[in-house]
Unconditional design. Structure first.
Length: 241
């Protein structure tokens, strides 16, 4: 039986790239999306075109009750996940005085509370399966070094790092590794409107990263070769820090 990996935010960007990369690695995939069903179905088709096995789940990771129900029902039907890639997230950028309470709450509820909402229903089944496992959470360079206009986003992504480091300690003896990836400026839909020429001046490699370069790290951390790597934050940022 192939190992099953849940990928949140799998319909676009890094999540889409992770899905395709892992399909080529032979994992069975559970592809999550919130609202963009068409994009999720395109990812599903692309995975199946590669010969992969996948299914789609839809829920809002900021909605605790909905997330728990959908994931619990899926686990009850198909069994525990071997891996979880917590990739879904949002931004709502502005200078701090312009970040209103709604923008703060929405980003924190989605990015940080969403991590809890996704992992809490799946961790005990992973432990009970006694097969080890892998948890990978997407942080950000903003969560490591901060960034102008992203106080809310940086706070959520820094919180993910703290959660990952703590959860890794709790799950280590179960042979479940927990790590964070902190991408820098990656070429996706989210970065399409950024002033690329100005940003590239801050990157020693003078280019944006690709989603595939992040996906390949996800695949490595999921592999047996990475069994002794846990509690780490690994940056993919072209030398920005």
């Amino acid at each position: 039986m192939n190992k099953t990996v849940l990928i949140t935010g799998a319909s676009r960007g890094i999540g889409h790239a992770v899905a395709l990369y892992l399909a080529n690695q032979g994992y069975d995939l559970v592809l999550h999306y919130n609202s963009n069903k068409d994009a999720a179905e395109k990812t599903l088709k692309a995975v199946k075109d590669l010969g992969g096995v996948a299914r789609i789940l839809s829920f809002d990771i900021s909605n605790r009750e909905q997330t728990e129900k959908v994931l619990t029902d899926d686990i009850n039907e198909h069994g525990a996940y071997y891996g979880v890639v917590c990739n879904a997230g949002i931004t709502s950028d502005n200078p701090f005085p312009m970040i209103d309470g709604d923008a703060w709450d929405k980003v924190l509820h989605t990015n940080l509370d969403g991590l809890y909402n996704v992992l809490h229903p799946v961790v005990m089944p992973m432990i009970s399966a006694r097969q080890g496992g892998r948890i990978i959470a997407m942080s950000s360079i903003s969560g490591v070094m901060g960034n102008r206009g992203q106080v809310n986003y940086a706070a959520s992504k820094a919180g993910i790092i703290g959660a990952v480091k703590s959860l890794a300690v709790e799950l280590a003896k179960r042979n479940i590794t927990v790590n964070a990836i902190a991408p820098g400026v990656i070429e996706t839909d989210m970065t399409a409107d950024l002033p690329i020429e100005e940003i590239q001046k801050m990157i020693p490699m003078r280019r944006m990263g690709s989603a595939k370069e992040v996906a390949s790290l996800v695949a490595y951390l999921l592999s047996d070769d990475a069994a002794y790597i846990t509690r780490q934050v690994i940056s993919v940022n072209g030398g920005m820090i």
